[in-house]
Design a protein around this ligand. Structure first.
Ligand code: GLN
Length: 476
């Protein structure tokens, strides 16, 4: 029986009924990693010995007759911008190539507390900047559905690991779509929680007002289980919300009767591939046939979302990345004096996309241009937020494509950063507004590439999103 392609909840059942052991499960996943990792390249570090040892202690616990947690003994991958104590955390950057964090990120620590099994640290675009993992300083990850195509990004390794049978679930981070877009390209479920739901402590900062950690899983039930594990207030993150965390598995109800779901015109425009549009409109019909009410709506400031995001995110990134100066930690390239040392370090160790963002960000924040660019972007951010607030006065959910097209070919967009930025059109508005959103698979293109839809909810209403996503998944 192959175990590597099962869901966490199926495996939990097999573990608790002693049909399998955690050691067998881990060995099966590691054997599959050995088989496919050469082709997929989902990982930057594989923690084999630790995984085997941890699985053994889970089995000891089971043999003592103790009850196990829902994710106990379940193999997972963690994006390599989430700090893991004693385990290299590189952010797929040369500047952090040998960085070993002295502490765990809270979200990872919560999985450690459940005794999940870490298989390894997943590849990403350098510092999570990108949408294809082609910006990783180490290697490109390949889409398990088609090895010539990108897995998406920046959490491309996390999504490819789950889709390729190299982990049962994973954690990614989402600043402008980095969980949802790779989940969509790889045919798995990805959830960006409400800003503040999951602690950002120990997540290496890209754009602090947008970043959020979330799950990538094989189905909606696993998504609820991982959310249960990682959400919650954390004193170590001042932006973490004090709101109580519900039991998300209670939302796994196959019933959307009476839900009002908006379809925003602005997400079905020129530039959206016709196969994507048809698939998402069919999802709307499915929801309608199951008793939901579908209404056409407008989110009028959507067209400014990309430009707003590509000012705010680089501005925050330029500030956050100032700490990589060759002094306190990370790589150092020597120079004649301290200024030359810092210049050499940053010139040699940051990749091209990271440098581009630092330059855009510092330009937007500079004295003469602050009002024209950064301040203006903040004002437009308020308008985008207001679009959603107004829409949610009468709606329960908003349904859109996750991405304008299915997975593109490796190398297809690398020469045109603007074209790459436009890929984020459906996902960045949600980060700008701080809202929760899921990406759920909905069939394949004629070339057999995964398609997906996105459901956006009100702030802190992950439950309604899960309920509708579960209903869709359970349809016949
Ligand atoms: N693709 C977007 C970017 O390049 C989003 C990245 C992310 O969410 N981390 O910024």
């Amino acid at each position: 029986m192959s175990l590597y392609d099962k869901t966490a909840h199926e495996l939990h059942e097999l573990l608790t009924t002693k049909k399998i052991s955690a050691a067998e499960l881990t060995a099966d996943v590691l054997a599959h990693v050995d088989e496919v990792e050469d082709k997929i390249g989902a990982y930057l570090t594989i923690t084999r010995d630790k995984a085997i040892a941890d699985a053994k202690s889970v089995d000891e616990k089971i043999s003592r007759g103790e009850k196990i947690f829902p994710l106990e003994g379940i193999p997972c991958a963690i994006k390599d911008n989430i700090c893991t104590k004693g385990i290299t955390t590189t952010c797929a950057s040369k500047i952090l190539e040998n960085f070993v964090p002295p502490y765990d990120a809270t979200a990872y620590q919560k999985l450690v507390a459940q005794n999940s099994i870490l298989i390894g640290k997943a590849n990403l675009d350098e510092f999570a900047m990108g949408g294809s993992t082609e910006n990783s300083a180490f290697h490109t990850t390949h889409n398990p559905h088609n090895l010539e195509r990108v897995p998406g990004g920046s959490s491309g390794g996390s999504a490819a690991a789950v889709a390729g049978g190299e982990a049962i679930f994973s954690l990614g981070s989402d600043t402008g779509g980095s969980i949802r877009q790779p989940a969509s390209f790889c045919g798995v479920v990805g959830f960006k929680p409400t800003y503040g739901r999951v602690s950002r402590y120990g997540l290496v900062a890209f754009a602090s007002s947008l970043d959020q950690i979330g799950p990538i899983t094989r189905d909606v039930t696993d998504c609820a289980l991982v959310l249960n594990a990682i959400c919650g207030h954390d004193d170590m993150d001042s932006t973490s919300t004090a709101a109580t965390v519900p039991d998300f598995t209670k939302s796994l109800i196959a019933d959307v009767k009476g839900l009002k779901i908006g379809l925003p015109n602005e997400y079905f425009v020129k530039g959206i591939d016709s196969e994507v549009e048809t698939a998402v409109r069919n999802v709307a019909k499915t929801f309608e046939s199951l008793g939901a009410e579908i209404v056409e709506i407008s989110l009028p400031h959507t067209e400014y979302a990309i430009s707003t995001y590509y000012l705010i995110a680089p501005a925050e990134a330029a500030t956050n990345l100032e700490r990589y100066d060759g002094v306190s930690y990370g790589a150092r390239v020597d120079g004649a004096d301290v200024v030359e040392m810092m210049t050499n370090t940053r010139t040699e160790k940051f990749g091209a996309e990271v440098k581009r963002r630092i330059m855009i960000g510092n330009y937007a924040l500079s004295a003469g241009y602050y009002d024209a660019y950064y301040l203006k972007a903040l004002k437009v951010r308020t308008l985008i937020q207001r679009d959603f607030t107004d829409a949610f006065k009468t709606l329960d959910l908003i349904l859109t494509p996750t991405t304008p097209n299915a997975a593109f070919k490796i190398g297809e967009m690398t020469s045109d950063p603007l074209k790459m930025y436009l890929q984020d059109i459906c996902t960045v508005p949600i980060n700008i507004a701080g809202l929760p959103a899921i990406s759920v698979p909905c069939g394949v293109t004629k070339n057999n590439l995964p398609l997906a839809f996105q459901l956006i909810g009100k702030a802190l209403d992950e439950e309604t999103i899960l309920r509708a996503a579960f209903t869709y998944e359970a349809r016949n």
